[in-house]
Design a protein around this ligand. Structure first.
Ligand code: SAM
Ligand code: TMP
Ligand code: ZN
Length: 409
């Protein structure tokens, strides 16, 4: 195993989720060559003994993950997430972007869900989005996009051509970028002296507390904590000046980095850090306990699905999430236990899920007829989905959830 991708320290592995496909690499049932060429990587996760950042032990070339047909769409059918992005953008417009002629850059703008609000506010902006298909959708929404990876060289080119950015923002993307040194040197090149780099990602603390091991997948390299991001920031001349917990991403955190000494850190940084230390988050013992809880969830979930099958009950998956690839492949859940999954994302429909090859159907299939049970893979949208699917409950249907434990509700 190679050293920590951030500081070079020794990475201690604590969980092996076995051979796993890319979680967004859906397959066509009519393409035998594509099915035969499907590739798997060992998905294991460890903790750096020096800077404590939790990271995958193996790195996948980025072009294999983020390419023209990358299907993930921001807000993916979720009204709550669309609202989150609009509110977030308007919040920035009223604060960091309220100066004269500000310049806003987003890393991983995807289909422009957040950036369009910034653009509509008349603010100079630019998105970096290497996945061509979603970048095109963003452009059609009136957003300026460079179809390339944000890194040191591309960030420097933008600084040269367009001047410094007052704010660089990123949602659910920085944890997917293993090349941290190039990323942060790029931020250093592009950010104005008083500017901020704000990013939000799933929070290690939520993952450990909820045993939501499906946050781990071949697309996400890091699981950040306040402690590890603080160490990362300091290493590259920045300072963590704010940390705000978010209900999104199944439990996330918004980090604000500024140049060292440029801003006074908010009290939340020290408060969250103290909580992490008191809790022993990212200590080996806690992560080992997390790993054994993961095995318990697998045994409970597979046991439940098998007994429902023996009783002749029908079970359908709800949400062909990236997270569901980890769960189905780790647990060995295929079409024999879950015959199909419903999902609102057009680019996933009529395809097969990565690895376990469960057919993906449009949402209309869910009620035609309703199954006895729905396995809620999109558990991070539970409130919205359960409200939308009240008729399923009224028809006698039950939800199966596996976060924080396997339950039928
Ligand atoms: N920000 C969106 C959201 O929160 O819904 C999209 C998140 S998606 C999980 C991650 C996005 O980051 C993908 O659209 C991917 O193409 C993009 N991405 C990956 N590496 C990147 C990089 N180095 N620079 C810019 N975008 C990147
Ligand atoms: P996410 O957890 O990464 O946001 O992905 C959510 C997935 O679940 C995405 O593929 C769309 C799907 N989904 C539905 O099928 N129905 C819904 O009501 C919601 C909110 C999401
Ligand atoms: Zn490290």
């Amino acid at each position: 195993m190679s050293g920590c991708r951030i500081c070079g320290g020794v990475v201690e592995e604590f969980l092996d989720l076995g051979p796993q496909p890319l979680p967004d690499a859906f397959l066509s049932p009519d393409d035998p060559a594509g099915l035969a060429a499907e590739f798997f990587h060992r998905l294991a996760v460890g903790r750096c003994g020096t800077c404590t950042v939790v990271q995958l032990t193996d790195e996948i070339p980025r072009e294999q993950v983020f390419h023209h047909d990358y299907p993930y769409r921001s807000a993916s059918g979720s009204a709550a997430m669309r609202e989150h992005f609009t509110r977030t953008a308007l919040g920035f417009v009223e604060t960091e972007l309220s100066t004269a002629d500000p310049f806003f850059v987003e890393i991983g703008c995807n289909d422009g869900t957040l950036l369009r609000t910034v653009a509509e506010s008349g603010i100079r902006h630019l998105g970096f989005e290497p996945s061509g298909g979603v970048a095109k959708i963003a452009r059609e929404r009136g957003v300026r996009v460079r179809t390339e990876f944000f890194e040191e060289s591309t960030a420097a080119a933008v600084r040269e051509a367009e001047g410094p950015a007052d704010m660089i923002y990123s949602s659910d993307t920085i944890s997917q970028i293993p090349y941290t040194a190039s990323l942060l040197r790029g931020v250093d090149a592009l950010l104005s002296p008083g500017g901020v780099f704000v990013f939000e990602d799933p929070y290690l603390r939520d993952m450990v507390e909820k045993t939501s091991f499906d946050q781990i997948c071949n697309e996400r390299f890091y699981l950040f904590s306040v402690r590890s991001v603080q160490a990362m920031a300091e290493r590259f001349g920045f300072e963590l000046v704010d940390a705000v917990q978010l209900p999104t991403y199944g439990g996330g955190l918004r980090y604000t980095l500024a140049r060292a000494g440029a801003r006074r850190p908010a009290p939340s940084v020290a408060r969250l850090l103290a909580q992490e230390v008191a809790q022993g988050l990212a200590e080996s013992a806690g992560l080992q306990r997390f790993a054994s809880s993961v095995t318990g969830i697998r045994d409970d979930l597979v046991g439940l699905l098998r007994s429902l099958r023996e009783d002749g009950r029908t079970v359908v998956g709800y949400g062909a999430t990236a997270k569901s690839a980890t769960v189905t492949n780790f647990c060995g859940i295929g079409p024999d236990l879950v015959p199909y999954v419903c999902d609102t994302t057009p680019a996933k429909q009529h395809l097969l899920t990565p690895g376990m090859h469960i057919p993906v159907k449009p949402p209309a299939a869910f009620s035609d007829p309703y199954p006895d049970y729905a396995l809620l893979f999109a558990w991070n949208h539970a409130e919205e989905i359960m409200a939308k699917e009240q008729q399923f409950r009224e028809a006698g249907g039950r939800w199966i959830v596996y976060v924080p434990e396997v339950r039928v509700i």
